[in-house]
Design a protein around this ligand. Structure first.
Ligand SMILES: [Zn+2]
Length: 200
C-alpha cells in the first residue's frame, strides 16, 4: 500500500515536470491530483490574458486562488473550485510538486475552511474594510486571513517536502506581515491575526 502511494506520487512528480514544460497538459495534470477529503470541488487552470480575467483573478503574481463567495457560504462542508495560474508551473515560486500541493491544500483549501467556518464575520469585516476608505484597514482585513494560511503552509512544510526556496519565500512573507502589522495589532486587537483560524 505504501509502495503504491510512493509510486503514485512519483508518477505525479513526473507529470508535474511535464506540465511545467507543456502548457497543453496542465489541466489534465491538475485533474490527476486526488482531491478526496479536501474542500476543493475541482482544480481549474486559467491562462487567459484578457483584462477581465486579470482584474478578476489578478494572476500576474499568483499561483492559485479560491472563490469563497462569502455571502453564499453557510455550510461547513461546502466545496469550492480552486483556480490555478501559470505561476504554479514557473520557477518563481513552485520548484517541486510539494510546493504546489502546499499552495493548493494548505493555503487555498484553508481559505475555504476559513470561509465556511467564519462566513458572516468575514463578510462583515470585508464590507467594513471596503467601505472604510482606509488602505490600512483593507490590508489588515486581507492579512487576517492570509497570515494564518501562510502559517498553515509552514506548519505542514515537512510533510509536503517543500523546496528550500519556496519555504524561505513563505517565511519571508510571514516575517514581513508580522513586522508590519504587529505594532498595530498590539494597540488595537492582538487576536486579529489568529481569531479566524478554524478549529481543525
Ligand atoms: Zn491566500
Amino acid at each position: 500500500m505504501i509502495n503504491e502511494k510512493i509510486n503514485q506520487s512519483k508518477i505525479l512528480d513526473n507529470e508535474y515536470y511535464k506540465a511545467k514544460q507543456d502548457r497543453t497538459v496542465r489541466q489534465s495534470f491538475l485533474e490527476s491530483i486526488d482531491l478526496t477529503g479536501s474542500l476543493i470541488s475541482k482544480l481549474v487552470y486559467i491562462e487567459s490574458v484578457t483584462m477581465k480575467d486579470l482584474l478578476k483573478y489578478g494572476f500576474n503574481d499568483r499561483v492559485a486562488q479560491t472563490d469563497t463567495h462569502t455571502f453564499q457560504q453557510f455550510s461547513p462542508i461546502r466545496k469550492r473550485p480552486v483556480y490555478v495560474f501559470p505561476h504554479a508551473f514557473s520557477e518563481k515560486y513552485c520548484q517541486v510538486l510539494g510546493d504546489l500541493l502546499s499552495v493548493i491544500f494548505d493555503h487555498e483549501a484553508f481559505h475555504i475552511l476559513q470561509g465556511n467556518a467564519n462566513s458572516l464575520i468575514l463578510a462583515y469585516r470585508h464590507l467594513r474594510a471596503m467601505t472604510s476608505g482606509s488602505a490600512e484597514i483593507v490590508e489588515k482585513d486581507m492579512i487576517s486571513t492570509e497570515l494564518p494560511a501562510y502559517e498553515n503552509q509552514i506548519k505542514n512544510a515537512d510533510d509536503r517536502k517543500l523546496s528550500d526556496k519556496y519555504k524561505s519565500i513563505l517565511e519571508q512573507r510571514i516575517d514581513d506581515m508580522i513586522r508590519k502589522w504587529k505594532p498595530i495589532s498590539q494597540i488595537t486587537d492582538n487576536r486579529l491575526f489568529y481569531d479566524l483560524i478554524p478549529n481543525v
